[in-house]
Write a protein that binds this ligand. Sequence first.
Ligand code: GDP
Ligand code: GDP
Length: 458
Amino acid sequence: MSFTVVLVGRPNVGKSTLFNRLAGKKLALVDDTPGVTRDWRSAPAHVGGLSFTVVDTAGLEDVTDDSLEARMRRQTEQALARADVALFIIDARAGITPLDRHFANLLRRGKTPVLLVANKTEGKASQPGMFESYELGLGDPIPLSAEHGEGMADLVEALLPYAPSEDEEKAEEVDDGFDPSIPIGDQPEPEEDRSKPIQIAIVGRPNVGKSTLLNSLLGEERVLTGPEAGMTRDAIAVDWEWRDRRFKLVDTAGMRRRARVDEKVEKLAVADSLRVIRMANVVVLVVDAAAILDKQDLTIARLVISEGRALVIAVNKWDTVDDRAMALRQVEDKLEAALGYIKGVKVVTISALKGHKLDTLLDGVLETYTVWNRRIPTAQLNRWIEGVLDHHPPPLVEGRRVKIRYVTQVKSRPPTFALFVNKPLDLPESYQRYLTGHLRESFDMPGVPVRLLLRKGK
Ligand code: GDP
Ligand code: GDP
C-alpha cells in the first residue's frame, strides 16, 4: 500500500528538484525559469524506508492569461484532492512572498493535511525565511535542501504518520479490529497473529557464514556455501517454520556476487543489504567471531536501525574462539561506541557450521520482533512524561521552558511516538535523545529503533 504526497508551492521554490530527489531520477526538468516544468508528474518514491507516490504540481502556476489565479486554484485543488498529504514548499532564501501567502490560504482552507517545507536551507542565508514562514499559520517548517539532499530524514519522519502500514501490517491491523481514529497505544492489545510469517533478513559481509546459517536453520543443503568470497547465486526467499511460528528467510547473495568489484565493495554491499533490510521485519546481522564488528558491520547495523527494523547480531564461528570472555567484551565495547544510542541490541554467539545456539538466536529474533510490535497505552505514556518532567524538565531556552503537553504512540513496527510541544524547534536535540533513551528504558524496548516525532500542540 502506498500513499500520495503532492508538492505545492509557487514557481521556483524547488518543487521539481525535490520531486527528482524523491523519485530518485532525473525525471522533471529543473530550471531557473519559472514554469519550465509543465505537466503534473507523478512517480514512485522510496526514501528512508517509506514508499509513496509523489506528485509534482510544478508548471501549474505557469499561466499567462488573467485567469491565473482561478486556474491555479482549480488545478492545485485537483492535485490536492488526490493526495494524502501536501508538502507546501517555500524558498527560505527568498522569504515569504504574496504568492506564498496565497497558496497558504488555499491550503489552510482545504481538507488535505499540509506539511510546511522550507527549502534551500543549506547555509545561513535561509534563516530569515525559516522564521517568516511561521506566520503562514501552517505549523513548523521542515528545513530542507532539495538540491543538496539535506533534511530528508526529517522530511521522512514528518511523513511517517501519513503512511499506511505495509500490506501485511494493514491486514494484521484489520484482523485486530484496528480503529484508526484512536491512538495506536490505546488500541486493544491484539492477539499475536501467528499465521503471518516474520520476515527475517540475514545480512553480513562475505564469508561470515550467512549461507551456512541458512542451511543449518533449514536443515538441508539448499544453499550453496563455500570458502571463497564471491560465489554466484541469486537472492532467495524461503518460507519456514520453527516452534509453530512462520518465518520467511531472505538471504543476500547479491552482496557476495558483487564483492569482486573491489573499489566499490563497501558501497555496493551496503546498497544490496539495504534492499533486503527493507523487506525484513527483523534483520540478523551475521558477523565473524574472528573479526568482530568491523566498520562495514557497523555501517549495516546502523542502516538496520535507520530503516526502522529490529536488529539481532549473530556472532558466528564461535566454535573457533579461544578467549570467549574477551571476544564478548569486544563486542560490547564496539556496540556501545557505535550504537550506544540504541541500548540492548541482542547479541547471540553461534556456530552455524555446528548448529550451536540456533534456538537461542531464534528466541532472540522472536523477542526483538515482539518489542518491535509493541504498543503502549497513551495513559501510561502520559504518566511517564509527567514523571520525566518532574525530575528532568527540558532546559531553559532564552529564559523560557518548552512546554511538553502530551505524548502518544502513533505507530508500531517500529514503536513511534508523537510528542506534542508548544515550540518543537526549541526542544534541544540532546533532550530529545534523553527522552528517547528514557522511553526505551522505561517501557523496555531494547534492540529496536524508537522514534520520537515532535509535533506542535497547544
Ligand atoms: P519549481 O519551479 O518549484 O519546480 O523549482 P525548481 O525545482 O525548478 O527549482 C528552481 C531553482 O531553485 C533551480 O535553479 C534549482 O536549482 C534551485 N533549487 C532547488 N532546490 C534548491 C536548494 O535546496 N538550494 C538551493 N540553493 N537552490 C535550490
Ligand atoms: P557467506 O558468504 O556469508 O554466505 O558464508 P558461507 O556460509 O559461505 O561460509 C563461509 C565459510 O565459513 C565456509 O567455509 C563455512 O564453512 C565457514 N563457516 C560458516 N559458519 C561457520 C562456523 O560456525 N564455524 C566455522 N568454523 N566455520 C564456519
